[in-house]
Design a protein around this ligand. Structure first.
Ligand SMILES: [Zn+2]
Length: 82
């Protein structure tokens, strides 16, 4: 009864190596995914800032965010445009 045990051990070793490989591969995928996600988040943040800059501005008196077309601030009533 030596043969089946050896086979089991070999199977166990193969499973261990396979598991380690799978773990390494999933770790690599996770790292790349995190990096990609961060880049995507940075891009989204940049796009939001760009939209905010083009569509909104700040009141010079109270520094609240106003629509670009606003002529009177809705919080302090200051005329932002003449
Ligand atoms: Zn204001």
């Amino acid at each position: 009864m030596h043969h089946p045990e050896r086979q089991n051990r070999r199977r166990w070793a193969a499973a261990t190596v396979g598991g380690a490989l799978a773990a390494t591969a999933s770790w690599l995928v996770a790292m790349v995914g995190v990096r990609w996600l961060r880049a995507a988040l940075d891009g989204a943040r940049f796009a939001v800032r760009l939209v905010t800059l083009t569509a909104y501005r700040r009141c010079p008196d109270c520094f609240r965010v106003l629509r670009q077309e606003a002529t009177v601030c809705r919080s302090c009533g200051s005329r932002t445009r003449r």
